[in-house]
Design a protein around this ligand. Structure first.
Ligand SMILES: [Zn+2]
Length: 295
């Protein structure tokens, strides 16, 4: 209960006692009842207005604990899980190269503007269903609530290049999943971002994707280029994307090229990766983050 509410109840109790005393005394008989009622009403209304200004005593958003020294930092810790977007950064073999260019400068134009050239799957990004599913939902139609939710980080450390992660390897870390949980696979492969080795990343057995979708998971994330095997740029056969087909085929989303998952080191984190509202497109760069209340 907040202080204003306590004051409201205290005033009510005090005036009730006073009323009882006055009415029981000889003077009470000489005071019209409507005067007493009006005075009581004014006192009660003033206290109730103070309570309303203070707001509800319970909040779902964390507040600083009582006695904490004032801080300009909000009581939420936010960890960045995104690669910086810059010219020449590594992309999926054959994808458009990333280039940024200065389009206006403060010195010449009075303001600064950059021009971006990049693919929809550049850097840390989300795949919409239409990435691999004919007629699937585009990125601007993704339900944003499916991209914000409780995170479950699954550790698969020490992977050899091209390792296939099986359900048995991770089943113990995927028990009791609440629907809407966002499952993030932490292989540590993001350390190789920008090198040829990054293309030899571990992959997920599609059985993992099938079981996660069956458990109500709509979004999964990887700290690799791809949950499926990545072909070389000169490969001519159509690529096989079984994990994509399962997750995106169910209307879900995949977040790729995550980094910094080592910082997601305690339970209770909320993950968020919101795409640009790119109309009718198949994916978008995101700013992926994990968040915790700092109390
Ligand atoms: Zn992608």
């Amino acid at each position: 209960m907040n202080p204003a509410a306590v004051l409201t109840w205290a005033l009510g109790a005090v005036f009730s006692l006073l009323l009882t005393y006055v009415l029981a005394s000889p003077v009470g008989a000489t005071i019209p009842t409507f005067v007493i009622s009006f005075v009581l009403y004014l006192a009660w209304a003033a206290a109730a207005a103070g309570s309303a200004r203070t707001g509800p005593s319970r909040s779902t958003w964390p507040t600083a604990p009582p006695g904490a020294t004032p801080s300009r930092r909000p009581p939420v810790r936010v960890v960045d899980l995104s690669h910086p977007v810059r010219t020449g950064m590594q992309v999926f073999p054959g994808d458009p190269h990333v280039r940024t260019r200065t389009a206006a400068t403060v010195a010449q134009d009075g303001f600064r503007v950059a021009e971006l050239h990049l693919g929809t799957h550049s850097g840390t990004h989300v795949d919409a269903p239409s990435h691999t599913v004919e007629g699937g939902a585009d990125v601007d139609a993704l339900e944003l609530s499916s991209l914000v939710g409780p995170a479950r980080v699954v550790d698969v450390p020490g992977c050899a290049p091209g390792r296939v992660v099986r359900w048995a390897d991770v089943a113990g870390q995927l028990e009791r999943l609440a629907p809407g949980t966002i499952v993030l696979f932490r292989t540590g492969w993001s350390a190789h971002f920008g090198t040829d080795r990054y293309l030899e990343h571990p992959v997920l057995d599609p059985e993992i994707a099938r079981r996660l979708v069956a458990a109500g998971v709509r979004t999964l994330g990887v700290d690799t280029l791809n949950p499926d095997p990545t072909p070389t740029a000169d490969a001519t056969d159509p690529v096989a994307l079984p994990v994509h087909e399962v997750v995106l085929g169910a209307g879900g989303a995949i977040v790729e090229n995550l980094t910094g998952l080592a910082a997601v080191d305690r339970p209770g984190a909320v993950f968020a990766a919101l795409p640009l509202r790119l109309a009718g497109l198949d994916g978008s760069p995101v700013r992926a983050v994990a968040m915790w209340p700092e109390i």
